[in-house]
Design a binder for this molecule. Sequence first.
Ligand code: NAD
Ligand code: DAU
Length: 332
Amino acid sequence: MRNLLVTGGAGFIGSNFVHYVVENTDLHVTVLDKLTYAASREAIESLPSERVSLVVGDIADAAVVDPLVASHDAVVHYAAESHNDNSLNDPSPFVQTNIIGTFTLLEAVRRHGVRFHHISTDEVYGDLELDDPQRFTESTPYNPSSPYSSTKAGSDLLVRAWVRSFGVEATISNCSNNYGPWQHIEKFIPRQITNLIDGVRPKLYGAGLNVRDWIHADDHSSAVMTILEKGAIGETYLIGADGEVNNLDTVKLILRLMGHDENDFEHVTDRAGHDLRYAIDSTKLRTELGWTPRFQDFESGMSDTIRWYRENEAWWRPKKAAIEAQYAAQGQ
Ligand code: NAD
Ligand code: DAU
């Protein structure tokens, strides 16, 4: 394997993966990214041009995808519409990119016999009760709640069918909530950090008892690289770092680390169909492929993330007013 095609490599997790590949391997990376509102050219432009190139294009455009896939040894597929709240306002780009885009890539890897790794989410499994002793495993039935998670579930099922029916050499990973640098400020953690920098109180949906299972984006990257190198074709691996925290405690942590009173937040309108709890059991990945997460101290990871947003205001500042206006229109 010498040449990787990384779709969505200018987004939050994809760009962290591209950095990881450059720092930890000698592979060449081609990023295929449509540069939607969620992308950041800046996130990858500092990388050496002999290691990383960017093709601006749509994964649902077969004329772009086919020759690119043909000239690479493996595809790592991150590109997606990724934000639940946006999917509630307008599901259409989610169906187009997450389902038709994945279909277009699968047809290209089938035609050219190229290895495929599909990046997915724990949200395909729906949610858990707060006191449920079980966590999600690779055999948990699919039960997605939102337009976003249902299109991700659909894309996973396409991958499974292309493996079984056409012998495509694919693996799938379903990861929990990521945090780290370059995450769009529409998302929970960066939204609250940048609100506090602006002197605005953090906004908690509903009572804030919803639990998310946080993992640092670098740990997601090391897990994906492990699966690409050692994963068994046709298999699904769950990625998680035992990071369950409810949103109320996360907001309190951010407030404390940024020097504010822990109770200085406000409750806003809850998300429709809001999943209660996600929790990943990553035993299969750890025991079969020997992966372990490195960032298990959420407080220190959060401190680094707060510092990153303080130091990179020039990147997020131009997006902030429009994002907050959109949330305000929804009472959020
Ligand atoms: P993101 O929204 O930050 O980035 C998505 C990237 O995909 C952007 O660069 C965007 O321009 C690109 N893109 C969108 N539509 C495209 C199209 N039609 N053609 C080409 N490029 C297109 O998303 P993210 O949070 O980095 O998530 C990346 C992947 O990881 C997604 O597949 C998501 O489902 C999955 N995932 C995310 C999380 C999380 O916590 N954010 C957790 C588990 C899995
Ligand atoms: O679990 C993996 C998923 O994590 C990924 O598949 C998605 O792409 C990613 O966006 C993320 O989905 P969530 O919906 O969990 O993330 P989000 O950052 O939007 O919200 C995290 C939690 O915080 C959720 O319970 C909603 C809540 N929330 C969110 C915002 C934006 C708030 O309480 N206040 C907010 O302002």
